[in-house]
Design a protein around this ligand. Structure first.
Ligand SMILES: [Zn+2]
Length: 202
C-alpha cells in the first residue's frame, strides 16, 4: 500500500493509529480525523453487441498505447471520482469507438489487489452489457488504433484478443439481457443523481 508523509486533509505530518484491528496511517491533529485506508480505483468496460447480417457481433477496440499495445479488448477505462459508473462506461465506449450505447445490466466484476499486479491501487473493474444505439466504429489512431464489431468466430482469427473481454462477451451472449444487475430505485435517496443502486430485480 502507498505511504503518506503528510495528511492530505490538513497538511500535518502523518502518524499511525490502531483502527479496525490493524495499524493505519492516520492524522492525529485535533479536529482532523483523517485515516488512510489505501488507494482504490474503479474501472468499467462495456460489451456492446449488434446484429449484422444475422450474426451477433461485439464491439472491440485495439489499444494503441502500452501497457498492452496491440491488444484487442472491449472498450472501457477508469471512472472519474465524481462520475457515476453508468455514465463512465457510456463515455468510455463513445470516446474509444464513437459508438453510442446505453447501460443495460452488469455482467460481472473483477477485484484485483494493486500490489500483487503492480498497479497503483486496489481495483474494481465492472463489466457492463450495453444496448447499441447508433454510430459506426471509428478511432483516433493514437490511443485506439482500430475498432470494429466482430463475432466470436471472427475473434478466433484476431491475434491478441484479451481473455477477460472474450469471456465477458460470452457471458453476454449466453445470458438473456436483464439477468445481470440492473439500475433501479427503492426510495427517494436512490433516485438522487449522485447515487446508483444495482440489483437483480426491482
Ligand atoms: Zn490531518
Amino acid at each position: 500500500m502507498s505511504s503518506l508523509n503528510f495528511c492530505p486533509k490538513c497538511g500535518d505530518p502523518i502518524s499511525t493509529r490502531h483502527d479496525g484491528e490493524r495499524e493505519r496511517q492516520a492524522c492525529v491533529a485535533v479536529g482532523c480525523g483523517f485515516i488512510h485506508f489505501g488507494e482504490f480505483s474503479i474501472g468499467c468496460a462495456g460489451v456492446v453487441t449488434r446484429e449484422i447480417d444475422g450474426v451477433t457481433k461485439a464491439l472491440l477496440v485495439q489499444r494503441g498505447h502500452n501497457p498492452f499495445a496491440g491488444m484487442w479488448q472491449i472498450p472501457g477505462g477508469y471512472a472519474e471520482h465524481d462520475e457515476l459508473l453508468s455514465t463512465a462506461v457510456e463515455r468510455e465506449v463513445h470516446e474509444e469507438s464513437k459508438v453510442i450505447a446505453s447501460v443495460h445490466d452488469v455482467l460481472a466484476f473483477r477485484h484485483s489487489l494493486g500490489g500483487s499486479r503492480g498497479g497503483p491501487a486496489t481495483n474494481i473493474y465492472v463489466i457492463f452489457r450495453l444496448n447499441y444505439e447508433s454510430g459506426e466504429p471509428a478511432f483516433d489512431g493514437d490511443e485506439i488504433s482500430n475498432a470494429g464489431f466482430y463475432s466470436l468466430a471472427e475473434m478466433e482469427h484476431i491475434e491478441g484478443v484479451q481473455g477477460l473481454s472474450k469471456w465477458g462477451i460470452q457471458q453476454a451472449l449466453q445470458n438473456e439481457p436483464g439477468t445481470g444487475l440492473s439500475i433501479g430505485a427503492i426510495d427517494e435517496r436512490s433516485k438522487a443523481g449522485d447515487w446508483q443502486l444495482f440489483g437483480l430485480s426491482f
